[in-house]
Design a protein around this ligand. Structure first.
Ligand SMILES: [Zn+2]
Length: 556
């Protein structure tokens, strides 16, 4: 009897070894879904087999795996890539997954250059989504010009503290300070930061054209982008366009990549055309939008000063400036009072008509960046905190990607175009920049990384509002990151081993060479040029005073 059982065992083993590969060949199978790939335009009902974190097969044949997700009636697409998320923290992850996001990156404000490595180390093995970050221009200025060194986060949430001072915003650096700023950023690029992020729109008086040009030159030495919150954003349709023209002219002169952050503002149609035409000429430049007619920022932002917001742009605080927490609109008086108490308090800023939002989703080639903000205060918030207990925030934090899909449905935008906006339109240009992690994402193809979002095209919707900005999106039941199921049946799963860093390899040496008057003169035969804007014969050291600069700015 014992012998018979052993014989039977051997027989089964022999049979299993001789059988063609089929049973449980894959770690995970997503079956019967409508698989869409924005790069090849593949669009068919098919089964997806995932093995070792990668897409191993897309086929109409039956396949089996250790785990199976039935996606009948659902769409199976590349996981959503958010290139503009200021909150990369455990408490944010459940809402990111509910909105279908598999990669979140802060490419705009970014992290402080010398802390880039620490930023990544903190998240490795500790995030269910992929994560990445730019090297921050603003924080380098805060460190050099305000002596800010009280780093808790190394990235966006620190702005609540660093922005209480103003030197970073209004000071023209001396040549020596300029070199220190650039050196801090070079260190971040050396440590693998994805590119340079500049919030120059918050530093209009302090940052010269020369400084922006030198930033783009530095990023270009690594073949990496600058991501700009433009100089005059938010502004009118002339200022917005001029802001991007500054960046694009530099990009053309230097041949370096560039990203137009949130150009969902007046002048957007012109900005879109500029980007499309430059891409046609072979430049790696692109832009992102978030699908809301209001932005969100700190109360003391320079563009909210009465001279800019009311006098120059013709806005009324009573109609455009709303407190995130209370929902009340400010007056000039209540704004001034609050500035004394809590200068960096979060506010919502209404910028354009609601009808424009659908137009942005119709623009081919545009990427989606949510511009989600860190929650304030964030003490005690964790992965387990119920959504309703979060402090309020702009609804883009929780709903940007589902809203794009809903708007596409309501406005007859082809589904493939919307799918492309949510993933491929960020993956492709970043991949072209040499970022390997993005050459294998944003695509539903054999061999690509299995970052996959599964949604119901008929019902997918955002639920977050200005009154309650942290309500999760619905109609997105399943999310897979690096082959690991991180959300099933709309229940996020705590798999903090799933997310991978999106990062360049650390370089042995930096590439920045300090700027000198002699260097400029030798190369361009011009008078000494400083960070004060290139006035021939000017003395850099006389340009350092913040007060002088504010005065000269105001008299313009
Ligand atoms: Zn911004």
């Amino acid at each position: 009897m014992k012998k018979d059982v052993m014989l039977l065992g051997c027989l089964i083993l022999a049979l299993a070894l001789s059988m063609p590969a089929m049973a449980q060949d894959y770690d995970l199978v997503i079956k019967n879904g409508r698989v869409m790939d924005p790069e090849t335009n593949y669009d068919a009902i098919a089964n997806v087999g995932i093995k070792g974190g990668k897409i191993a097969i897309i086929t109409k044949d039956k396949i089996t795996g250790k785990e199976t997700i039935d996606a009948k009636g659902l769409v199976v697409v590349p996981g959503f890539i958010d290139g503009h998320q200021h909150c990369i923290e455990p408490y944010a992850y459940r809402l990111m997954l509910r909105d279908g996001r598999t990669t979140i990156m802060d490419l705009e404000l970014g992290a402080y250059g010398p802390k880039i490595d620490e930023f990544y180390k903190k998240r490795e093995g500790n995030s269910p989504v992929n994560f990445g970050v730019s090297v921050s221009h603003e924080f380098a200025r805060a460190a050099v010009l305000d002596g800010f060194s009280d780093w808790k986060y190394f990235y966006s949430p620190d702005a609540v503290y660093s922005r209480v001072k103003q030197g970073w915003s209004v000071t023209r650096p001396t040549l020596e300070q300029g070199n220190q700023i650039l050196a801090a950023m070079d260190e971040g690029l050396r440590q693998g930061g994805l590119g340079i992020g500049s919030t120059v729109g918050y530093m209009r008086a302090g940052v010269s054209s020369r400084e922006i040009f030198e930033l783009q030159k530095l990023a270009g030495k690594y073949g990496r982008y600058i991501n700009m919150h433009f100089r005059l954003t938010p502004g009118d349709d002339v200022q917005e366009v001029m802001g991007i023209q500054e960046m694009l002219a530099n990009a053309a002169a230097l041949g370096s990549p560039a990203i137009a952050a949130h150009f969902n503002n007046p002048g957007y149609n012109m900005v879109h055309e500029l980007l499309v035409r430059m891409r046609e000429k072979g430049y790696n430049v692109w832009g992102e939008i978030y699908p809301y007619n209001a932005g969100s920022t700190a109360l003391n932002a320079v563009f909210l000063e009465p001279e800019v917001w009311v006098k120059a742009l013709g806005n009324k605080y009573e109609e455009t400036l709303q407190d995130v927490e209370t929902g009340e609109f400010y007056t000039q008086k209540s704004r001034e009072e609050m500035l004394k108490k809590e200068p960096t308090r979060p506010v919502i800023v209404y910028k354009c008509p609601e009808e424009w939002v659908a137009n942005w989703v119709k623009m081919k080639g545009v990427a989606i960046g949510s511009d989600g903000m860190p929650l304030v205060p964030d003490d005690g918030l964790t992965w387990d905190t119920p959504y309703e207990e979060f402090p309020n925030t702009h609804p883009r934090f929780a709903g940007s990607f589902a809203k794009v899909l809903r708007l596409a449905r309501e406005n007859n935008v082809p589904l493939m175009q919307a799918v492309s906006m949510t993933s491929y339109n960020y993956a492709k240009p970043l991949g072209e920049m040499g970022l390997k992690a993005m050459q294998v994402r944003g695509r539903m193809q054999k061999g690509m990384v299995a970052d996959i979002t599964v949604f119901d095209p008929a019902t997918v919707t955002d639920n977050s509002t200005f009154a309650k900005g942290t309500l999760p999106s619905t109609g997105i039941p399943h999310v897979i990151v690096n082959g690991i199921i991180v959300m099933k049946d709309s229940e996020p799963i705590k798999r903090f081993d799933a997310g991978q860093p999106i990062r360049f390899e650390v370089q042995e040496k930096g590439r920045f060479e300090p700027l000198s008057k002699e260097g400029w003169t030798k190369t361009f035969y011009a008078s000494p040029i400083d960070f004060g804007g290139g006035v021939p014969g000017s003395q850099p050291n006389m340009k350092g005073s913040a007060i002088q600069q504010v005065e000269s700015h105001e008299s313009q």
